[in-house]
Design a protein around this ligand. Structure first.
Ligand SMILES: NC(=O)c1ccc[n+]([C@@H]2O[C@H](COP(=O)([O-])OP(=O)(O)OC[C@H]3O[C@@H](n4cnc5c(N)ncnc54)[C@H](OP(=O)(O)O)[C@@H]3O)[C@@H](O)[C@H]2O)c1
Length: 345
């Protein structure tokens, strides 16, 4: 019997998961905000990015829910929470969804250091399978990009790239994790298992490095060439060192060697030179569009490091300076101010 799967949030990541789960034979439903329902009733167009050019794929025939309460009364096997960390605050909808979906596995994809505590307040930790997304997805065309190399000259759609050797990784109860991985692999989405202690020891550090890189890139005007300058790489290194130390202190875990290595200026400069040539998408516009879209999530993540650092008496100067540099641009025009005290960011 096929799995019954609910994907929450039909943005970039949600569409890619939903599409592959359906390709693998799962019965897929989407839980979306009412504002997105009409467009999704038309079906989705996705562009699979490959070195030899994009492949257009259509996805239709899914059920659409517009409120967590509508999930009640159906036996769900898996629920994918494909929204940003900012969407968990407040978590009223998550609490309602956790109640409405019984014992279904919750595939929890939010990256910020304090997200899991929110999830386990409302869902039995046994139900959670933690996930780290291994692909890139974005709304195409990207702002300011006029060549159609990521969408085959076609209509707008969701472009996605599955980088070789970069499966999405999942950790949790063995049976539940295996079921998630099987469902994704059947649909052609690379997925692999990590043991929960390795996942917990790696992903918070990877996210700290990512935020240090992206926030510095933003402060450098979203220019990869500018970021390669010594001045910016030095700031990036200082922010990464502070963030990694804070994460290490908070989780009482050692900083993985890989996390220190990737923030080494030599390694970073080489990566910055190579990356645009290797990835089959307009990298700089993607980074700018994606991390502006999830800017509130990154800002919350950096603020959490700063708050944890201050509480532990650890240095936070570089973090505070970077937050001050990116603060106005991180708040998307017209969006409400972030809730709660955010003293440094
Ligand atoms: N895209 C990537 O390449 C990528 C790669 C790795 C990791 N990630 C991570 O994946 C997460 C999602 O990113 P994304 O790129 O998919 O963002 P996205 O395109 O903005 O998709 C999120 C979707 O969830 C919707 N949403 C928010 N709250 C909701 C709720 N309570 N119920 C139902 N729908 C809700 C949003 O609607 P509104 O826009 O109307 O709020 C949006 O459509 C982020 O944590 C991101 O950092 C993304």
């Amino acid at each position: 019997m096929s799995e019954r799967v609910l994907v929450v949030g039909a943005g970039a990541v949600g569409q890619v998961f939903a599409h592959h789960l359906a390709r693998g034979g799962a019965e897929v439903a989407l839980l979306v905000k009412p504002a997105h329902e009409a467009a999704l009733r038309e079906g989705m167009t996705l562009y699979r990015l490959r070195r030899r050019g994009p492949l257009r794929e259509r996805f239709e025939g899914y059920r659409i829910l517009t409120a967590p309460s509508q999930a009640a009364g159906t036996r769900w096997d898996q629920v994918y929470s494909a929204v940003s960390s900012a969407a968990l605050r407040p978590a009223t909808w998550f609490a309602e969804l956790a109640r409405a979906t019984g014992d279904a596995t919750v595939v929890f994809l939010q990256p910020n250091i304090d997200d899991r505590a929110i999830a386990t307040t409302y869902a039995d930790p046994q139900r959670l399978v933690d996930g780290m997304i291994g692909f890139i997805a974005y709304h195409s065309p990207l702002p300011g990009v006029t060549d159609d190399r990521d969408r085959d000259g076609g209509a707008p759609g969701m472009a996605f790239w599955l980088p070789p050797g970069s499966p999405s990784r999942f950790a949790g109860d063995e049976l539940r994790t295996t079921a998630v991985i099987d469902a994704l692999r059947r649909g052609g989405l690379p997925a692999s298992r990590m043991d929960p202690s390795s996942f917990a020891a790696v992903t918070p550090f990877a996210n700290a490095v990512l935020y240090a890189c992206i926030a510095t890139l933003q402060a450098a005007g979203w220019s990869l060439a500018a970021l390669a300058d010594d001045r910016w790489l030095e700031r990036l290194g200082a922010v990464a060192t502070e963030s990694l130390t804070i994460v290490s202190d908070h989780l009482q875990l050692g900083i993985p060697l890989g996390a220190r290595l990737v923030t080494n200026p030599l390694v970073l400069r080489a990566a910055l030179r190579l990356a645009p040539a290797v990835v089959p998408l307009p990298l700089e516009p993607y980074l700018r569009a994606h991390f502006t879209k999830v800017g509130p999530q990154m800002r919350l993540g950096l603020a959490a490091y700063a708050q944890l650092g201050a509480a532990a008496g650890l240095p936070t100067d570089a973090l505070a300076q970077l937050c001050a540099a990116i603060d106005p641009a991180l708040q998307p025009a017209g969006s409400p101010p972030l809730a709660g005290p955010v003293p440094l960011c």
